[in-house]
Design a protein around this ligand. Sequence first.
Ligand SMILES: Nc1ncnc2c1ncn2[C@@H]1O[C@H](COP(=O)(O)OP(=O)(O)OP(=O)(O)O)[C@@H](O)[C@H]1O
Ligand SMILES: [Mg+2]
Length: 351
Amino acid sequence: MGTFDRILSHDESLIKNENALDFDFIPKIIPHREKEQEAIALVIKPLFMNRTGRNIFIYGSSGVGKTLAAKHVLRELEEKTDEIRVVYVNCWQQNTSYKVSVSICEQIGYRFVQNKNTTELFQVIARIINDSSAVFVFDEVDKVEDTDFLYHLLEQIYKKAILLITNYESWISDLDERVKSRLMPEQMEFKQYNASETASILKDRLRYAFPEDVWSDEAFDLVAKKAGELKDIRLGLFLLKESAYAAEDKAKRKIELEDVKKALLKVDSFTIKNSADLEEETKSIYDLVKEHSGKKIGDLFELYQQRGGKSSYKTFQRKIEKLSENKFVKTTKTTGKGGNTTIVEKKLTEF
Ligand SMILES: Nc1ncnc2c1ncn2[C@@H]1O[C@H](COP(=O)(O)OP(=O)(O)OP(=O)(O)O)[C@@H](O)[C@H]1O
Ligand SMILES: [Mg+2]
């Protein structure tokens, strides 16, 4: 029997529904976030009565279900009515008011964006949306380089609800006064899950993704324990998937402790957020760090310029900081012969 025949004869997957382990999968029910989803629905509710909605500022650490809860409410809204438009923008990808306006245009079906500036695009957006009403979600809003887009929406759209999502509670206090005074958002913190909530969320996801009895109890308990310790559901999802692959590689019918241990060795390649969400330039800087991990920030900047990077050193530094805050890269300050510098590495999670 040839190598492939041998390998492929064990091709039965242990995973029933792999999508359910994706970070952006939206389960039907979202446990432990009922109250938060209701708060979101309440700011939207006035739109159903043909009045303008309210605004809400949502903050909390990474992986606590902010994006998921918002998207789940939006999905329910879309199922309930066609009258209210829904716009979702990830501000890490769309990180300027211009890009935000183009994204909104795309989402409301307006295609003729070429040769129009931000102000003109917002005029178009207002014309289209003011026939009805809209909910806008700006996720990762702290990554946006200017907040003019909020001013445009606040001034020009009559009936709207705006949701702003970020990791940083302080973001709102630094907001431009003219925007803040118009926005007057409610504030809601998403608190971290405790260990038993983390375990129950992962157990639910496991039921979506795997046939019954594939997981040994002690193997799942280790996944839940690690995810609980690091307060990170994404890590739990990553381990569920990688452990299944490890077991499949050995053509096993059950996932056991040894498979989770093998998966834990791979945690290094796990990124807390999805790198596909990064805007192009930040992504290329991230790729550069991955290739040249452990270099000084100044040397990295030189490489960046050699590859045609156009941003200033300050902007480059800021992007590295953002990557570090979100655990894509690790930065360490050191003092050497030439004074203080920062070493940038790709290392992420420590065990
Ligand atoms: N209550 C929950 N039920 C089911 N899955 C959850 C729940 N909370 C979080 N998750 C899952 O955990 C992962 C992280 O959630 P989410 O993306 O909403 O985090 P976040 O708060 O937006 O984090 P970040 O600030 O890093 O963007 C997702 O894969 C999501 O499906
Ligand atoms: Mg999020």
